[in-house]
Design a binder for this molecule. Structure first.
Ligand code: N01
Length: 852
């Protein structure tokens, strides 16, 4: 007789539940494992449709926790078919005696948290109630088929099949008239097989999908060799990779090569017959629509090369969504199938289904009769299986109601209000965007270790904090925001199920980065969790990820380069270093015209670069001062940012090469700034600009020059300024602000580099002068409207924030943005860091606003 009170209840005996069962036994927890099916295998138990096959190679889609399996099990193919994967699951279950620990044909009808007993009550379809301390949903991401949302489905009297619930005995379509609805992975894999048997096959397509041939054969020899030579390294690389397969990340932009070169690279990936190779060819196909178009066009070209009827080829070619933004497919002979005379494609956009009838389907102006209808219409993905299990947490709140507007989890593993509930590959974890085997093993390991930690430390409950959960939601959204995934109506976005909230369900920041976040949480004493026992409580509240994900990647990359600190260089070396770094960045958008010239500074001529919008002039003008700590940089060094501001704000930008320290220390830069403003004002018409519409702008030390210039202009009756745009300005050299310490290391501009800049520019006494430290001016009243952007992880954040506050207090109209998750340099990194783009848009809007 099974125990009715156990340490852990696990729902599901797919690969996740099987491994967890093994680990629970190993670590000595009592358990019950409940499975709705009558065998192990999960996804591979239910999805038995013809042609079902994994799209991750067998070298990677297998367990790693039992090294013996690698000797005892040999895969026959590169991409294993469903029967072989199911046999593998059964083999593992027999080898480890897992069958004896699983209760089959047992569904969970509901679960309630008992706050007094600190236990879950689980109600099963057999009428039993089991109580447990920990409750684990190992229910899979794609296990609940979507309810058919087509008129009249109940009327059809012929045979109905759903790909995700295929009959175990198989189906013979010989001589039959068959309709298949849906062209996702399941449709695309099954259609060629159904076409081989059916007398007539009609495929109803709502959205064409990207698909590539699997070129199936033996497992990829190079990877088999790598595995044999050094399995530990291979598996480590997989665990810290982007997708759970150890592929080298591309460093090539699709926009940096010609189309011919791009197609050659894509052809090479195509010939490998591996889904991830194609998506990994270019570094920017997931984040840049134009880069993605290169891949999409390659795929469309492939469709045209196979499908003989150009009209059909066109219908089978995706245009509305980017490559990869809906799960791309791997097929065997899919597009070729449409060359067969008995196969027809119906475009549901032109001929929508009016109704399923008793004998067939009415669509467009036609009616057709069928013997069988196959629904390959997908799943209520990621959350369907979890919310349908009726989970009620603290205070009677159900998970379903909590997730009404989108799933809220911490790390995709846990959720506030549901203590001791764990989800394996839940929403907010990489799950379906990864090799599931790698992600499953990581989650099982994390849960096992957490349970052991709690037992060893006498904690009864674990629950994430609201702060940590909200922080994770924000981080997941930040990750999704820098991609183009949200443009597509995909099941990743919940868009396939009517009424489902439209959010990005999986975590798109990558398997390795995700794993590191989970490890960091544990290393920091379960950061963001509250652990409680009968006599003690522990809560290290906080956020595990705050820096914007693309900024974080750049910081990680830079840290691998072991670059010397700039403050250890001479000014000449630092200038050369800065120039060399600038040469490697993208150039920024096209503008109407770029010309170089000289203007009159405070003590001689200064070079300037003029960026003219492509629209007819005359234009408003922004006199721009570059960053570089008054020591390095020039009129061309902020080129991408100046182009971006010019193009987006329709403003003529004049970037000034003011004099630099230590050769020309304070107040040279300030005086040059003011002289440049006066010269531009006097020569505005000749430059194609409007003298009555001039603003100043600058970044970092250039922001300091701009702010000082605005004050000097106010104080000495200089030209009337329409506005000042200050990005991360230096405003106060007289004392250290908190952010100098808080953000003093790791974020490119360091505390010691800032000190180095100041030491070259101004003496401690000079720094008290408002022309060095504009924050110290006796009054800020009468300054022009201001847009001031500071960055959360900038050492200069607090002095910028203080300047914004002081301006407001002085009655100046100020728009102040503290860019969340950004560092001193990130907003200037045009076309490199997508997360900076919204802030530049706002800066450009503000600039335009100064002149309206
Ligand atoms: O489901 P899907 P799937 N009227 O949602 C269409 C994994 N998987 O079962 O795109 C008409 O992708 C729908 O149209 P649209 C893999 O992750 C892996 O095929 O919403 N059509 C779409 O064409 C995969 O992504 C493997 O406009 C309707 C199709 O049905 C995921 O499972 C194999 C409709 C559903 O496609 C799901 O794949 C199989 C309607 N009312 C699955 N409703 C491998 O490892 C939906 N559709 C290879």
């Amino acid at each position: 007789m099974a125990q009715s009170d156990v340490d852990v209840v696990v729902v599901g005996a797919g690969f996740a539940g099987m491994y967890l069962l093994h680990e629970l036994r190993k670590t000595g927890f009592s358990y019950r494992v409940l499975e709705a099916g009558d065998d192990v295998g999960g996804t591979w138990y239910w999805n038995r449709y013809p042609g079902a096959r994994c799209d991750i190679a067998t070298t990677d889609y297998q367990y790693t926790w039992d090294p013996e399996l690698h000797e005892q099990w040999q895969w026959s193919e590169k991409h294993a078919a469903q029967p072989e994967i199911l046999r593998y699951a059964q083999f593992v279950a027999k080898k480890h005696d897992l069958y004896s620990g699983i209760e089959f044909n047992t569904r969970v009808d509901g679960a309630q948290w008992n706050e007094v007993a600190k236990r879950w009550s689980i109600h099963t379809s057999t009428g039993e109630t089991i109580t447990c301390q920990h409750y684990v949903m190992a229910t899979g991401c794609l296990s609940v088929p979507k309810e058919p949302d087509i008129n009249g489905t109940e009327k059809f009297t012929g045979n109905v099949y759903v790909t995700g619930r295929w009959p175990h005995e198989g189906v013979d379509f010989t001589g039959k008239r068959v309709a298949v609805i849906g062209t996702g992975s399941s449709g695309i894999q099954s259609i060629p097989h159904i076409a081989e048997q059916a007398k007539e096959l009609v495929v109803f397509q709502r959205t064409p999908n990207f698909s590539m041939p699997a070129f199936n054969g033996p497992p990829p020899q190079d990877r088999v060799e790598r595995l044999k030579a050094d399995r530990a390294t291979y598996e480590h690389e997989a665990r810290y990779s982007g997708t759970g397969v150890p592929l080298e990340d591309s460093t090539v932009s699709a926009l940096s090569v010609t189309q011919d070169e791009a197609f050659e690279m894509l052809e090479e990936a195509w010939q490998k017959g591996e889904l991830l190779s194609l998506g990994n060819t270019f570094m920017d196909s997931a984040i840049n629509r134009k880069a993605n178009d290169v891949v999409a066009e390659f795929m469309r070209m492939k469709v045209r090369s196979v499908v003989k009827d150009p009209a059909v080829a066109e219908l089978l070619s995706p245009y509305k969504h980017g490559y990869g933004t809906k799960r791309p497919c791997m097929d065997t002979g899919y597009f070729e199938t449409f060359n067969k005379p008995h196969v027809r494609l119906v475009d549901l956009n032109a001929q929508p289904i009016r109704s399923i009838t008793e004998t067939g389907i009415d669509f467009g102006k036609e009616s057709m009769e069928f013997d069988a209808i196959v629904y390959a219409t997908g799943f209520d993905a990621m959350t369907g299986a979890i919310v349908s299990a009726n989970i009620t947490g603290k205070n009677g709140v159900t998970l379903k109601s909590k997730w009404e507007h989108g799933p809220l989890t911490y790390l995709g593993l846990t959720s506030v209000g549901f203590p001791n509930l764990y989800m394996i590959t839940g929403p907010g974890s990489p799950s379906v965007l990864s090799n599931m085997m790698v992600s499953i093993e990581q989650h099982v390991d994390w849960i096992r270790d957490t349970l052991v930690h709690m037992r060893e430390n006498s904690f009864d409950t674990i629950e994430p904090t609201p702060l940590a959960e909200e922080g994770w939601r924000v981080h997941c959204t930040d990750c999704a925001d820098i991609t183009i995934f949200q443009e597509a109506n995909s099941w990743y976005m919940g868009a396939n199920v009517p009424g489902k909230p439209r959010v990005m369900f999986p975590y798109i920041g990558g398997v390795g980065r995700y794993r590191m976040a989970c490890e960091e949480v544990v290393a920091k004493g379960y950061l963001g969790f509250e652990l409680a026992g009968s006599t003690k409580k522990q809560c290290n509240d906080g956020l595990v990820r705050q820096v914007q994900p693309d900024v974080d990647m750049v910081l990680d990359f830079i840290s691998t380069l072991n670059l010397p600190a700039m403050e250890t260089m001479s000014p000449t070396e630092a200038r050369a270093f800065s120039e060399a770094s600038s040469a490697m960045r993208p150039s920024g958008p096209e503008v109407g015209e770029i010309t170089d010239g000289v203007l009159q500074g405070a003590d001689g001529e200064l070079q300037y670069r003029l960026y003219r919008p492509a629209t007819p002039g005359p234009h408003p003008i922004a006199v721009y001062f570059h960053g570089g700590g008054w020591v390095f940089g020039s009129h061309t060094s902020d080129d991408p940012l100046c182009r971006d501001l010019c193009a987006q704000s329709n403003t003529l930008i004049i970037s000034v090469n003011y004099r630099h320290a230590p050769e020309a220390p304070f107040p040279a830069a300030a005086e040059d700034g003011f002289a440049a403003l006066k010269w531009v004002h006097a020569n505005a018409a000749a430059l194609g600009g409007l003298a009555e519409k001039i603003a100043v702008a600058g970044w970092s030390a250039g922001g300091n020059v701009a702010a000082v210039t605005a004050q000097m202009s106010r104080d000495t009756g200089g030209p009337q300024i329409s506005g000042q745009l200050l990005l991360c300005p230096v405003t106060d050299g007289s004392h250290q602000h908190g952010s100098h310490i808080e953000n003093g290391e790791r974020f490119i501009l360091t505390k010691s580099l800032m000190e180095w800049f100041w030491n070259h520019y101004a003496t401690p006494e000079q720094r008290k002068n408002p022309q060095a430290s504009p924050l110290l001016a006796s009054s800020l009243a009468g300054l022009p409207p201001t847009m001031l952007v500071t960055c959360q992880f900038d050492p200069l954040r607090d002095e910028g924030n203080a300047y914004a506050r002081a301006l407001m207090q002085a009655g100046v109209k100020v728009e102040h943005v503290e860019a969340r998750g950004h560092i001193h340099t990130s907003i200037t990194m045009v076309d490199m860091l997508p997360s900076g783009a919204p802030h530049r848009r706002e800066m450009a809007r503000a600039l335009r606003g100064f002149f309206s």
